[in-house]
Design a protein around this ligand. Sequence first.
Ligand code: FES
Length: 144
Amino acid sequence: MTDTPPDDAIAYAICSMSDIPSRRAMGFELALDGGDGPRPWPIIVVRWGRQVFGYVNRCPHHGVNLDWERNQFFNQDGTRLMCGKHGSLFDLATGQCVDGPCKGSGLTPVPLTVLDDDICVTGVTLVADDEDDADAASGSGEEE
Ligand code: FES
């Protein structure tokens, strides 16, 4: 038996539900633990009422961030995610490109869950930020 849950059971809180108004999206610059060092992992979190949807912030057309202005992810009527470079439109709930040069492909989903009103990323291993490192250091004292 082990007390350490597998990586896919770890939930990393990235913000609270109230940080993102309903029918809005927000970008986060996270870092994956790739084994050989941190790997930048920009993600988009969409909130639609009590539902949340997460995607990697990378357009399948040219691999750029969707938001050419920070946190501007939606088309004009606020019904689709939109890439600011060539205007591809993506379904909010599936990430599939429904119009534009990358039609037929889609955004990479990010598994999210809501725990105690916190929006959390699951299924990956993230690199802890400095604050967490400081907490871990102050709580150390284990002996081998
Ligand atoms: S880079 Fe996104 S539509 Fe071309």
